[in-house]
Write a protein that binds this ligand. Sequence first.
Ligand code: ADP
Ligand code: MG
Length: 392
Amino acid sequence: KLRAAEATRRKLHNTIQELRGNIRVFARVRPFLPGDGDADARKPAVEPGADGVSLALAGEAEGAPRSPTRGGEHDKRRPRKRETYAYDRVFGPEVGQEEVFGEVSEFVQSALDGYQVCLLSYGQTGSGKTHTMQGAGSGPMRGIIPRAMEQVAAYCAQQRTRGWAYEMEVTYVEIYNEQVRDLLGEDAGAPTTRDFGRAEAQSGLEVRRDPKTGRVFVDGATRRPIDPADAAAVDALVACAARHRCVASTEMNAVSSRSHAVFTLHLTGTNAERRARLRGALHLVDLAGSERLDRSHAQGQRLKEAQSINKSLSALAGVFASLNAKRSHVPYRDSRLTFLLQPALSGDGKTLLFVNLSPTAASANESLCSLRFAKQVNQVELGKATRAVETV
Ligand code: ADP
Ligand code: MG
C-alpha cells in the first residue's frame, strides 16, 4: 500500500514537473564547519525540511517586509521568526556529493540528447558553490564537473556501439568585472591572486552570437578537445582553470571568489548510418559570491568589482523576472553572463539552479536574499525545450 502511495506521489510529482517546464531549483545547505564559531553559534538558522528550507530570523531582518502592528520594543522579546521556502529538491548537510549528483544526472543526459543545458551554483561566499560544482580531489568529494564527465564517457561508450561518433571540446572562461577571460589559454600562467590593476588593462574576450546558427560563443576562448573517459585529463583541466581564477580578499572571507567561472562541454554526436547529428552543450557555472556590498565594506577597486559582479547577478535576476512575468523582451544582453547562457536560459534550453546556503545565524540575512532570489527562479516556467538534431 505504501509503495503504491509512493508511486502515485512520484507520478503526480513528475506530471507537475512536466507542466512546470525546464527550470529547476535545488537548495543545498552545507554542514557547520570548524570556522563557523563556537557551540553556542551552532543553532542552525537555516534548516532543510520535508516542505522546504526554513530560515530563522532574529527579530526583523533587514529588508524584510514590516508589519505596522509590530512595535520596535516587542521585537527584542519576540521568538525568532521562521519562514519556509519550497524548491524542487532540498539537500541537507548530511547529503553527499554522490546523492546530489544522482539528482543532477538527468540534466547531463539532456545535453547528451542535444539540448543546451545550464547548471548554476548561487550563494554567498563560503556557502558551498565550488564544493557543489567542482568539489575536491578525485575521490568521493569530487563534484558535478568530474561526475558529469564520467557520465558522458559512460554514455558515449555505449552509444559508440550503436554507430555514434562524438566530438567533444571544453571551454572554461571567467567573467570578472564584465570582462571575459580564458582559463585554458597557453599564457594563462598568472598567480592565484592577481594584480588587479594589470588584469583590468587586459582586454577581455567577446561573447558573440552566430546569426546563422543562433549559437552563442566566446570568441577566442581556447577549445580544448577532451576525452571525458580520461579522468586525469579532466582533473588537470579543472586544476588549470582553478589556478587561473581571480580571487581577492574581502573582510568577509579571507579568499573570496569574485568572478563567475563557466565550464562548458560542447558535444557533437554523429551517426552516419542514421544520417543524424546532434549538438548539445553543458554549462557548469560557479557564480561569484552573491553577498551584498555593505557587509564587506568594499572600496575603490573592490567597489567597482562588486558593482560589476552585481551587474551579472542582477542581470540573471532580471532574466528570470522577465521569464517569470512572460514578458516578450527578456534582457539577455544586459550582461556577458546572461548573453553567453542565453540558449540554455531560454525556452529552448534547460536550467538547474543550486542555491547554496550556510547554516549559520551570522549568515541569516544573506541566506534570506539567496532564498528569495531562488524563489523567484523557482516560479519561472520555460516552454518545452527543443534539441538540436540535424540531418547530415
Ligand atoms: P563557495 O564556493 O560558495 O565560496 P566553498 O564551496 O568553497 O564555498 O565551501 C566553503 C567551505 O565549505 C569549503 O571548505 C568546503 O569544502 C566546505 N563545504 C561546502 N559545502 C560542503 C558540504 N556539502 N559538505 C562538506 N563541506 C562543504
Ligand atoms: Mg567558490
